[in-house]
Design a protein around this ligand. Structure first.
Ligand SMILES: [Ca+2]
Length: 212
């Protein structure tokens, strides 16, 4: 019986550039993101596209109010109360983070700049305290479009310092050109939760930046 000639993955990649990346992404967006982020960091190519991934306050007159790309939302349906700010004393690997205090139902939002439909991006954050989790919701021309299904961000178990890590890869839908990463909390009065190292970056390995 004649042997069927196998076609190498290298040949497929030449014929259909990006196919291997898409296959790996489809199989598990979380595993793809974990491997790709490690590779980007190892090769010095990790570069958050959002400003202030370190979640640093730039206090003006002692204020630690949120500033772009961060904002916040309290659920009006539940009459939610609580506060959102930068914390200039607590951080995962520095003295800076985002802190929610006594927010009964709400979230921080990290808003992306314009992103390229069809492209894959990595989205991640660190969190400590009482949190619900993270989720990506889509935007078109700056406005939320909740008709496109969002993506929830898988979270790790807490590390030795109590920080959990959320990471996922997302592919921008054809009818979206932005997104908001929602960092959700549901706290009792007096509870505090922190978020740090909040980022999104391109997943591809090109060095020329966002050229499309
Ligand atoms: Ca920080």
């Amino acid at each position: 019986m004649p042997q069927r000639k196998s076609i190498s993955l290298e040949t497929w990649e030449k014929k259909l550039p990006g196919m291997l990346e898409s296959m790996s992404f489809c199989k598990s967006p979380h595993d793809f993101a974990t491997e790709r982020l490690a590779l980007l960091k190892r090769t010095g190519r990790y570069a958050p596209l959002n400003a202030n991934a370190e979640c640093r306050a730039e206090p003006k007159d002692g204020s630690v109010c949120l500033a772009k790309p961060y904002s916040s939302w309290l659920d009006p349906k539940t009459g939610a109360t609580g506060s959102f700010a930068f914390d200039p004393a607590v951080g995962e690997d520095d003295g800076s983070s985002l802190v929610a205090r006594g927010v009964s139902s709400g979230c921080f939002i990290m808003s992306s700049d314009a992103v390229v439909p069809g492209k894959i991006y990595l989205v991640g954050f660190s969190a400590k305290g009482d949190i619900v989790g993270g989720g990506v919701e889509w935007k078109r021309d700056g406005k939320w479009d909740f008709s496109i299904p969002g993506v929830s961000v898988p979270m790790s178990a807490p590390d030795a310092n109590g920080w959990r890590h959320g990471l996922v890869a997302i592919q921008i839908p054809e009818n979206a050109n932005g997104f908001g990463l929602q960092l959700r909390v549901m706290q009792a009065p007096g509870e505090r939760s922190w978020f740090d190292n909040v980022f999104y970056c391109r997943a591809d390995l090109a060095t020329g930046g966002d050229s499309e």
